[in-house]
Design a protein around this ligand. Structure first.
Ligand code: COA
Length: 318
């Protein structure tokens, strides 16, 4: 018995912000952003919230799976930008969709969040504790960007992706997760100020700050090695798609090269979405599903990597 994805959904904010739009509010250009990252545009929230986007994505995934919210037993949201410290995004989604009997919680694993949610659900399913789950990866990264730092804020976007999974004969074939907390400082966000009256509030950073070159080096070495380890766990097979976290086209091209895999097998959404952290993988998966690209029996590698540092890779049969 394993865990199979039986439906997907996603939601992108209505407002599209192109590279040229950004060039109107900061010293950047479409040429710089496109050639270094592959990003042309991103969706940014105005009225939408993380929970609102998740609810829309969840409804679409449930419809795609042919499941009712009241039958869902577990909800896990991968996010670093829930609307509140508490309640969690997962609890808010549970209430909004009426998944009354589900257990709901968030996981904080940044760009690996959806993979960590999938592996956690798989562990519950394998243990026989739950039979199905609604998994989400969602971010409102625009609210934690340093909009005075052109080297980070142009890279990211907002959005939500969802998948319904259930216990089945086929599905997840192999996976691994990893963390390297010692390198956490290369991509970090200090978050809210300490409100303790006995603690001084002199932290320098409130928003995302990143050592882009260190993150780049981490991604191009860790991701192909993680994928190779996961493939070694399974029977040899031809991979139909590599659904990677959408951080930068050059990272994806480098991973393809190191794996000696055809770049055509690496679908892309970062051109119109930017980097949506935990949202990237499930949003891309939903785009592929809705285009009819995914056929029963396809072998798909999914890999998320980013802040923490964290990474998670899965091989699954569609
Ligand atoms: N527009 C125009 N110029 C910019 C710019 C922008 N948005 N951002 C930075 N620059 C400038 C820098 O100021 C620097 O100028 P200088 O040479 O005069 O000092 C120059 O461009 C080169 O900057 P650098 O940071 O060395 O660029 P880079 O080639 O390393 O590319 C990234 C920067 C961020 C695109 C690249 O490091 C990267 O993709 N890293 C991975 C980041 C990532 O994916 N993070 C998320 C992972 S989950």
């Amino acid at each position: 018995m394993t865990t199979r994805i039986i439906g997907t959904g996603s939601y992108l904010p209505k407002r599209v912000v192109t590279n040229d739009d950004l060039a109107k509010i900061m010293d950047t250009s479409d040429e710089w952003i496109r050639t270094r990252t592959g990003i042309r545009a991103r969706h940014l929230v105005e009225e939408e919230t993380t929970t609102f986007m998740c609810v829309e994505a969840a409804k679409r995934a449930l419809e795609n799976a042919g499941m009712q919210a009241e039958d869902i037993e577990l909800i896990i949201v991968g996010t670093i930008t829930a609307d509140h410290v508490t309640p969690s995004a997962a609890c808010e989604i549970q209430a909004a969709i009426g998944a009354d009997k589900a257990v709901a919680f968030d996981v904080n694993a940044a760009c690996s969040g959806f993979l960590f949610a999938l592996h956690t659900a798989h562990a519950y399913i394998q243990a026989g504790i739950y039979k199905n789950a609604l998994l989400l990866g969602a971010e409102t990264l625009s609210k934690i960007m340093d909009w005075d730092d052109r080297s980070t804020c142009v890279l990211f976007g907002d959005g939500a992706g969802a998948a319904v999974v259930k216990a089945d004969e086929t599905g997840l074939l192999a996976f691994e997760q990893g963390s390297d907390g010692a390198k956490g400082h290369v991509l970090a966000c200090e978050g809210r100020r300490n409100n303790n009256p006995y603690v001084s509030n002199d932290k320098a950073y409130d928003y995302v700050h990143m050592d882009g070159q260190e993150v780049y080096k981490f991604a191009v070495s860790t991701v192909p090695a993680s994928i190779m380890r996961v493939l070694e766990q399974a029977e040899p097979c031809e991979i139909d798609y590599y659904v990677l976290h959408q951080a930068n086209i050059r990272i994806i091209q480098s991973v393809a090269k190191r794996l000696k895999a055809d770049e055509a097998k690496f679908p892309i959404s970062l051109d119109h979405c930017g980097n949506i952290s935990a949202g990237s993988v499930p949003i891309l998966l939903d785009e592929m599903n809705r285009k009819g690209m995914l056929k029963r029996g396809h072998k798909i590698v999914m890999s998320g990597f980013g802040a923490g540092l964290t990474w998670g890779t899965a091989l699954l049969e569609w």
